[in-house]
Write a protein that binds this ligand. Structure first.
Ligand code: GCU
Length: 382
């Protein structure tokens, strides 16, 4: 049947594996100059910075780090949270630059009977604040704080709106007020960059909190938050590990497969997420000097866990798995030899062998108790 609007058909999202075009991925271990990277030193001093800059310039924008001062206020400190199992700390982190400031409202539960500083999961919350209720009157699988506390982990979160409202007309009313020059640049920071920036500032706080083991902070994000968790971990090597849940296009999934959501679509629906340069790659994935396996390579040698859900083809589960697979060579520079199978494991058959873990959960696009239970297994395995 001929489509009535052929131009619309051309833009339709592909869910048919047989229609995935053939593609060649850029080699994470080949310098722009053509030279091959053979050891950790060349990777760390030359190729890693080169790739980071390619992602900054073409996708996520710059990550400014200079600010004038920071004020951290413990707004509440409740030693009797969760029936005495946890200490609830609500921390207001205010960062100043050029007479402007941005406020991050951090919610943090720490196991109260821990013998040593606790490892931490930090969630970038891109959903309703109900999901992370500090009073615990409302509970959500999206952030199952009790499960984490019972397993000996501290659990923290902040909301993306504190850094950049998730809206094309208002995203600049946050971190970008501190860095207005970014708005004028084609490789300037936008919303996803601002959320990742926030995670890095929370990490600054973790380093000061003696109840926490800042060397074991796992950054977690779901979907658009998972794009930000990957970018935060790539930028800030203080994060010990990264969880990127159903992050899909411009997250953990390969762009060149053109399966499910594509760059043209994400840039049209969410023009405020990525920098202006990214728009040049609408329907031109093959011109990108990077693909998302290289973002995962930037997390190396630290452990990474990507997930998908069986009904979430929009986020391209196979493309996510293949991005992990194609990052293996970078881990090998560190003497680590992840050996993922050639094709994704079955539904609800998590592959948790660090440094690279993956699962497809049965069900919809979401982050659930099932996912978290596996993140805990993962965090215990390294
Ligand atoms: C949309 C968007 C995705 C994103 C998702 C989410 O579906 O197209 O890229 O990951 O929202 O954040 O839930």
């Amino acid at each position: 049947i001929l489509p009535f609007f052929p131009f619309l058909a051309a833009k339709a999202q592909n869910y048919d594996e047989s229609k995935v075009p053939s593609y060649v991925l850029p080699d994470a271990l080949k310098m722009v100059s053509g030279k091959k990277v053979r050891n950790q030193k060349t990777w760390e001093t030359k190729r890693r910075p080169e790739i980071l800059k390619l992602f900054e310039d073409n996708i996520y924008g710059q990550m400014p780090t200079a600010y004038d001062s920071v004020r951290r206020m413990i707004v509440s400190d409740d030693g009797a949270a969760m029936g005495g199992k946890a200490i609830l700390k609500q921390v207001l982190i205010e960062i100043f630059r050029n007479q402007k400031s941005v406020k991050i409202n951090l919610v943090l539960f720490v196991p109260s009977k821990a013998a040593a500083p606790s490892p931490v999961f930090l969630l970038i919350n891109n959903r309703g604040k109900d999901n992370t209720d500090p009073t615990r009157i409302k509970k959500s699988e999206f952030w199952p704080a009790e499960m984490l506390i019972d397993s000996g982990f501290a659990i923290a979160t902040f909301h993306v709106d504190d850094l950049a409202p998730d809206n094309k007309d208002t995203y600049m009313n946050g971190v970008l007020q501190l860095y207005p020059e970014q708005l004028k640049m084609d490789n300037g920071m936008k919303a996803i960059g601002a959320w990742a920036w926030g995670a890095n500032r929370v990490m600054d706080y973790f380093e000061k909190d003696k109840d926490l083991d800042a060397k074991k902070v796992i950054i977690v994000g779901h979907s658009r938050g998972g794009k930000a968790s990957l970018w935060a971990a790539a930028q800030d090597q203080r994060f010990a590990a990264c969880v990127t849940n159903c992050s899909g296009n411009s997250g953990a999934a390969l762009a060149r497969r053109q399966f499910g959501e594509r760059i043209s679509r994400i840039n049209t629906s969410f023009p405020h997420w990525f920098n202006n340069n990214y728009k040049k790659f609408n329907d031109k994935e093959n011109l990108l000097p990077v693909d998302q396996h290289m973002l995962i390579a930037l997390v190396a040698p630290r452990p990474i866990y990507a997930t998908n859900a069986s009904k979430d083809l929009w986020a391209d589960p196979k493309g996510t798995f293949l991005a992990l697979k194609n990052a293996e060579s970078t881990y090998a520079l560190y003497g680590l030899h992840p050996d993922l199978p050639a094709s994704p494991p079955g539904i609800n058959e998590p592959y948790i062998i660090p440094p690279i873990a993956y699962h497809i959960r049965d069900g919809e696009h979401n982050m659930t108790a099932y996912d978290w239970a596996n993140f805990i297994r993962f965090a215990r395995s390294f």
